[in-house]
Design a protein around this ligand. Structure first.
Ligand code: BES
Ligand code: ZN
Ligand code: ZN
Length: 477
């Protein structure tokens, strides 16, 4: 099957000869209009600017005035996104932003809001994205790639196709990322039994994608694993700053513990953890950050069939621990468990996972914050800084072994579900598979829906791709 033309999402328009308009941001304080520039604007008074999302265009001065709630990253990003409709009405296609601080936020807002998913509709003369900016944001473009991968329907984003997209995107963008794709036989040789216990219910074969980026030396590794002997050998001895493991369930029906129909609608997005991590690596390689990053992505479908795992099956994980699968819908933690155990075999101080892991995280946090689980204060602080920098913030939740007692099993080391504290129990479960390294788990299920539709679209906004990129940047310093 051929791949959709993802480049139309990624590429940015060239500069044209049409007049350049300056983007300026204003805040109304009493009757004063405070601007990011030091222009005194009578124009705004004339227009009697009021509401928070109002954009005014002064054609004589060629200035687009965007209203903001505050002069911070999130407000500027939002105001820039909101201004686009008005800007297009005037046929403006060259934008100039002066203020250095605001540039990146405004670019991100515009790049996000211009994201359109119209690959599968009858081709109409759809409005093209023709807005040229004097500033770019690779992290925003990369997040749009994550959104594209997440939004593409599951029949067009099978495990094979997702791995093909990853390879194709890295190749076409000519990035210094090593892509390795392993098939079912190799996954079995790696003893990833928990991963296979989910994958085996589907006709579609699972894939394991490993991406390696060596920014410190700008070199490439040869191979991560060697399958030529009886047992698999780890051949990559690079010291990584971080290894990221992403949940790549391309469709989650729940398996035999089948979800009700409505709960299945969004489950093509159950690979957003994989997509956001992938996006952050794209931007990192594009910007040539001096950081070494490895990414491990187990990819499969979770479907019911005669071959699917049955509730109460017991499976031994790659680390030898036995798990009673009481609920086949708690599949993310199973594929991640083996992914984490594999990650432990490479050299790095830290492992991070991102996954749309539990509905319970949405109950706890709504669509406002993703859940952060870690016992490492230093990395927590970095995530916080990266979150503040990109207005893409998470909320810390408890990572504690105590929760394991809710997952006692009569027959195995533990079960895959507890019946209280859905998100913290899932986190504690994952932590059972990380022994040697610092561990961070982001439950990003809350990010599947979006609060701010103008900026991120209705669903599958690809958060926190931008934050992850900033985190990698902090690790590169
Ligand atoms: N992919 C879901 C979690 C999810 C639900 C993400 C809704 C986004 C929106 C996950 O695999 C799942 O089904 N989790 C179960 C766990 C339960 C069986 C313990 C859930 O959250 O209901
Ligand atoms: Zn599930
Ligand atoms: Zn899932």
């Amino acid at each position: 099957m051929s791949l959709l033309d993802w480049k139309t999402i990624y590429n940015r328009p060239e500069k044209t000869n049409t007049p350049e308009y300056r983007l300026d941001f204003y805040k109304k304080e009493k009757d004063e209009y405070v601007l990011t520039s030091n222009v005194k604007s009578e124009y705004l008074k004339l227009k009697n600017a009021e509401k928070k999302d109002q954009t005014y265009i002064d054609e004589s001065q060629r200035i687009v005035y965007c209203a903001v709630e505050d002069f911070d990253y999130g407000s500027i990003r939002k105001a820039a996104a909101y201004s686009i409709k008005e800007i297009k009405k005037y046929g403006i296609d060259n934008i100039w932003i002066d203020d250095i601080e605001m540039k990146s936020a405004a670019a991100e807002g515009i790049i996000f809001t211009e994201f359109k998913y119209d690959f599968l509709k009858k081709k109409q003369e759809s409005e093209k994205n023709n807005l040229h900016l004097n500033v770019d944001s690779f992290k925003a473009r990369a997040q749009n790639i994550a959104r594209f991968l997440t939004m593409t329907p599951p029949n067009l984003m099978t495990p094979t196709l997702l791995s093909n997209y990853m390879e194709n995107i890295v190749h076409d963008l000519n990035l210094n990322i090593n892509v390795e794709i392993f098939d079912q036989a190799e996954i079995e040789k790696l003893d990833m039994n928990l991963f296979m216990s989910v994958a085996k219910g589907s006709e579609e074969k699972p894939k394991l994608v490993i991406l390696s980026y060596l920014g410190k030396t700008q070199s490439k590794i040869d191979k991560s694993l060697d399958f030529s002997q009886n047992s698999v050998k780890i051949t990559d001895t690079t010291e990584y700053d971080i290894i990221m493991v992403g949940k790549g369930i391309t469709f989650d029906s729940g398996g035999l513990s089948l979800k009700p129909p409505k709960s299945m609608f969004d489950m093509k997005g159950d690979m957003m953890g994989a997509a956001t991590i992938f996006g952050s690596l794209l931007a990192t390689a594009q910007e040539e950050l001096k950081v070494n990053v490895k990414v491990i992505i187990p990819i499969c479908e979770n479907l019911p069939s005669g071959k699917a795992s049955k509730p109460s099956d017991v499976v031994f994980g790659r680390n030898g621990k036995s798990v009673e699968i009481l609920n086949t819908d708690a599949e993310g933690r199973l594929i991640l468990a083996d992914g984490l155990n594999l990650a432990e075999e490479f050299s790095s101080k830290m492992i991070l996972t991102a996954s749309t892991l539990t509905g319970a995280a949405i109950v706890a946090l709504g669509n406002e914050y993703y859940a952060i689980y870690t016992n490492d204060d230093e990395i927590y602080n970095k995530i916080n800084i990266a979150g503040e920098k990109t207005a893409d913030i998470g909320w810390r939740m408890p990572l504690n072994k105590k929760y394991m007692k809710l997952m006692k099993s009569d027959v195995a080391d533990f079960a895959n579900v507890g019946f209280l504290a859905g998100s913290p129990t899932a986190a504690a479960f994952l932590n059972e598979f990380v022994e040697k390294k610092e561990f961070v788990h982001l439950d990003i299920a809350p990010m599947l829906d979006c609060d701010d539709i103008t900026v991120f679209g209705k669903k599958f906004g690809g958060r926190p791709c931008s934050m992850l990129y900033e985190l990698l940047k902090l690790l590169s310093l």
